[in-house]
Design a protein. Structure first.
Length: 216
């Protein structure tokens, strides 16, 4: 399990095959998140996907292959949808608010994928190194330059842009990666959509005010 994840254009697939592959990946997300890579088995993933192991192996020939696809699936989603520079809005406050709420929405809709990613990073991110260097860093650099331009224009307090993003990533992913802890603290069996809305209200208020921006 030492082949790095790289981004490449996938071959054309039929809609039915793509749907089945996504079903398998969704099942694998849950099993990898709950049991870790070493604890997860192909049998458990196939059962979660309501498929035979033999049928599943036709689409993904190994546990390594499935793990790579699960990681790539969540990272593609983050990178393609969560660039600050591409957020709607005509002010730094509105763009940052959309970015924060968008990150929370990904945590709400894809909590298991987020947990798999977190576990991979904690263990050293050996499968993500190349992918992150080739895909995350260029976007991160562009977003950093955008924030610096706002600071230069005097429309944002002179803060450290890198740590702004680290704070947003950590605070929004908490609601996925530590959902059990957050749910327990709130006296709930699981987090609901309203909890994510409240989290968005709080985070945008605190962060935008701390940046010298007005929430709109």
């Amino acid at each position: 399990m030492n082949q790095p994840i790289t981004k490449h254009k996938p071959p054309r697939r039929s809609a039915s095959r793509k749907a089945l592959e996504q079903k398998i990946i969704a099942a694998a997300e849950i099993v990898f998140a709950e049991q870790g890579f070493n604890g997860a088995s192909l049998e458990a993933i196939a059962e979660k996907a309501s498929l035979s192991k033999q049928n599943m192996l036709y689409y993904f020939p190994s546990k390594d292959s499935l793990y790579h696809h699960v990681l790539k699936n969540i990272l593609d989603l983050w990178i393609e949808k969560m660039a600050l520079i591409e957020q709607a809005g005509d002010t730094p406050a509105s763009m940052l608010e959309n970015y924060i709420r968008g990150k929370l929405e990904i945590s709400r809709v894809h909590p298991y994928g987020s947990k798999v990613f977190a576990n991979e990073v904690i263990s050293g991110a050996s499968h993500l190194q190349v992918y992150l260097e080739e895909n995350l860093l260029p976007q991160f650099t562009a977003d950093i330059e955008l924030v610096r331009s706002w600071i230069t224009q005097g429309i944002m307090d002179p803060i450290d842009p890198e740590h702004l993003f680290f704070t947003i990533w950590a605070s929004t992913q908490t609601y996925a990666d530590f959902s059990a802890q957050v749910s327990l603290a709130l006296g709930k069996s699981e987090l609901e959509e309203e909890d994510f809305r409240r989290a968005g209200d709080f985070l945008t208020h605190v962060l935008l005010k701390g940046l010298g921006l007005k929430n709109i």
